[in-house]
Design a protein. Sequence first.
Length: 214
Amino acid sequence: MIVDDDAVVRTGLRELIGLSGLFTINGEAGRGDDFLSMFREKPETEFAIIDLSMPGLYGTVVARKALEINPGLRIMIFSAYVDKSELSMLLEMGIFGYILKTEGFDQILKALSNAAKGAPYFSPELVGQVLMRNTVHTEKIEFTPREAEILAFMCKGLSVEEIASELFVSSRTIEKHRTNMLSRANKKSTLDLVLYAIKNGIVPYNSIDHKSVL
């Protein structure tokens, strides 16, 4: 679903998504409350692009209410600006990504491609803020060499299926490793796991593909 009060923006995103063939659009809305009404009728929706500044409900409220309806919804914020406190709040909610409207079509397409693969995306300008959130130090988890290898691929934006192909194992095996790592690190999402790995030096910061996963 596309949620933005600017009809021109909605048209542009609709055409870009249509050309990419990555998603089927099952609804559009110019207000947050209209989107929530639509979403309640279509809770199986997997992905939503949401603007922050709209008439009626503000974007952060819309995101929170949408995740209450379906915690598995992948939300990509699409906004002209970023506020540090809002970004922190949205990350705590569990958003899937944040695209600045200053991005070119190629990067927007990259973000959509990542979402289709299950890999998060944040505009490069936001990487530092994303990595610096939650500065409280926690006990470092020691991952096995295989787990560290899988984490490194995750940091490059590869999907479970792509990692399985690289390592010549089944997707089920990779998913099992991912689930085990999430549990041991007490994280909720792949994004949280990737950030944990970078912060704790498990995967070097300069080795990641920022434009793929962050």
